[in-house]
Design a protein around this ligand. Structure first.
Ligand code: NAG
Ligand code: NAG
Length: 535
């Protein structure tokens, strides 16, 4: 998973809280202090929930232990073709498979209320197909993990698929190029609902499927490493959307009445800002950027339309039949929205002479402003106002817009934000970057056999934010920063020498509930008000 501007996200939430929504130049709306109202403290995830997350392949290790089958990432990193920086693999990663209790203690130390984890599909189904083989030891591992989280008062948010497809499905059927993945995924999801759903109430089907298909099937930078420009990713995405819908329907038809949980999807998108806000073609290009980034997946699921209806006509984009459209529409109880950074967008002036590709289809050029603070990575810039705009855009996708009402009256922008997941708990395997990027709250010494973990300054800082439920005022926030630095330098000189900011910018995600979640929410709020007026 890529890094994201996590703490910045928190700031933006508070921009909304204070509600001093200025719509002039974007920079104006960058930081306001405030905290979430205490009256909002109702049960887990009904109040604003702070959390932290990680994914299976990036942390677990034990890649071939206890009956686990290989995933496409095992095959990709073992290919010996130099596809990952330093030829690293996640065979051992953070060794988290053997350190569940230790890692949960670290999560608790952060004082968060939820933990987002992903399940390894091939650990549960070694060939990927439920009818062929179920690995009981894989199920036991996650079952114990979930129990341990709940025992520590941590709400598990479980992602079914975070990029580590069973290798057998890739080799035998072509992975997400094959429509039969939808059925295999549905069977896998159904098994997970069956065995964990008594305890897990928040499910995400996929995590950032756009990056998964773009890097896996277009550029080949990620597993399965295919380069099928302008076609492969559209086909894969088409099947992923169907697979998501099937899993949701399976939950809705079979499990919802017993388990009372929610099933959503997590989408990642950067904000695209037109370079010239008076130039209609730049505005259209920026709109197209968002449609290709977020609308591509969100529109069919939330609004029942395809992004191309507003953008380009692409004969290479598979279309859904009317029946499929209505089957897919509305199949999400909440939306996880991840955000990295912001880009300025202009319309491309000259046609490209290269063949079809995703880049060409978008027909635009991305720019960054050299004045934005650099977070130590070529593509990651800290642009807080972009996130706010992204939230407002997401809200405008029809269905969500209709569903979201001002439950949090404090969030004046009208976007109902339920939680925040900071990414990630530990330094971990960062896909094609190997172990070169370190985005964890905890530093992991990968060279040492038992992979010791050390807290970075951001642990202390995040704890303060969570304890205060926001950012009360500038002096206090500054004092946390100094205290965090101090604690850090006492604990570990080495970590203090790295710039603090770098540790602050970890990935983030927010959870926006839609219709189903809403009725529960309203009921809970009414109850709270009722109890208060009686006390
Ligand atoms: C797709 O998967 C099915 C099995 O579910 C298989 O029979 C078929 O040959 C696969 N198609 C391709 C093009 O690989
Ligand atoms: C979800 O399940 C309920 C109860 O079985 C049913 O009434 C409803 O139509 C289902 N929703 C969809 C979109 O299929």
């Amino acid at each position: 998973m890529k890094p994201e501007s996590g703490i910045i996200l928190g700031w933006i939430l508070l921009v909304a809280r204070v509600g001093a929504a200025r719509r002039g130049s974007p920079e104006e709306a960058s930081f306001y202090y405030g905290t979430f109202p205490p009256g909002m403290s109702i049960p887990p995830l009904l109040c604003f929930s702070w959390g932290v997350g990680s994914s299976a392949y990036q942390t677990e290790g034990a890649w071939d232990q206890d009956g686990k089958g290989p995933s496409i990432w095992d095959a990709f990193t073992h290919s010996g073709e130099g596809r990952v920086l330093g030829d690293e693999t996640a065979d051992a990663a953070c060794d988290s498979y053997y350190r569940v209790q230790e890692d949960i203690a670290l999560v608790k130390e952060l004082r968060v209320s939820h933990y987002r984890l992903s399940l390894s599909w091939p650990r549960i189904l070694p060939t990927g197909i439920r009818a062929e083989q179920v690995n009981r030891r894989g199920i036991e591992f996650y079952s114990d993990f979930i129990d341990a989280l709940l025992k520590s008062n941590l709400t598990p948010i479980v992602t079914l698929h975070h990029w580590d497809l069973p290798q057998m499905l890739q080799v035998t059927y072509g992975g997400w190029q094959n429509v039969s993945m939808t059925r295999y995924f549905r069977d896998y999801a159904d098994l997970c609902f069956e065995v964990f759903g008594d305890r897990v109430k928040h499910w995400l089907t996929f995590s950032d499927p756009r990056t998964m298909v773009e890097k896996g099937y277009e550029t080949g930078l990620h597993a399965p490493g295919l380069r099928l420009p302008g076609t492969g990713l559209y086909v894969a995405a088409h099947h992923i959307i169907k697979a998501h819908a099937q899993a949701w329907h399976s939950y809705n038809n079979t499990w919802r009445s017993k388990q009372q949980g929610m099933v959503g999807i997590s989408l990642n998108c950067d904000w695209g800002e037109p370079v010239d806000i008076n130039n209609p073609s730049d505005i259209e290009a920026a709109e197209r950027y968002l449609q290709f980034c977020l609308g591509w997946f969100a529109n069919p699921i939330y609004a029942g339309t395809k992004s191309t209806e507003q953008g380009l006509e692409m004969s290479r984009l598979p279309t859904f039949s009317l029946q499929e459209k209505s089957y897919i529409r509305g199949t999400s109880d909440f939306l996880g929205l991840g955000h990295f950074t912001t880009r300025y967008i202009i319309q491309r002036k000259y046609p490209s002479h290269q063949g079809p590709s995703f880049q060409n289809d978008r027909d635009l050029i991305e720019l960054v402003d050299p004045n934005w603070p650099d977070m130590g990575s070529s593509w990651l810039y800290s642009v807080p106002w972009g996130f706010r705009r992204l939230l407002n855009f997401a809200q405008c996708i029809k269905c969500i817009k209709n569903a979201i009402i001002y439950v949090f009256t404090a969030i004046k922008d009208g976007v109902n934000i339920k939680g925040y997941t900071s990414w990630s708990l530990l330094d971990k395997f960062e896909w094609e970057k190997g172990y070169a990027d370190r985005y964890g709250f905890y530093y992991v010494e990968f060279n040492v056999r038992n992979k010791p973990r050390y807290p970075k300054a951001s642990v202390q800082y995040y704890k303060e934010i969570i304890t205060a439920n926001g950012f009360p005022n500038s002096q206090e926030v500054e004092s946390w920063r100094l205290k965090a630095l101090e604690t850090c330098s006492i604990n570990n000189q080495m970590l203090a020498t790295e710039p603090l900011l770098r540790h602050m910018h970890v990935a983030s995600e927010i959870v926006v509930p839609t219709v189903c979640a809403l009725s529960i929410l309203i009921a809970a709020l009414l109850l709270t008000f009722l109890l208060r007026s009686h006390s």
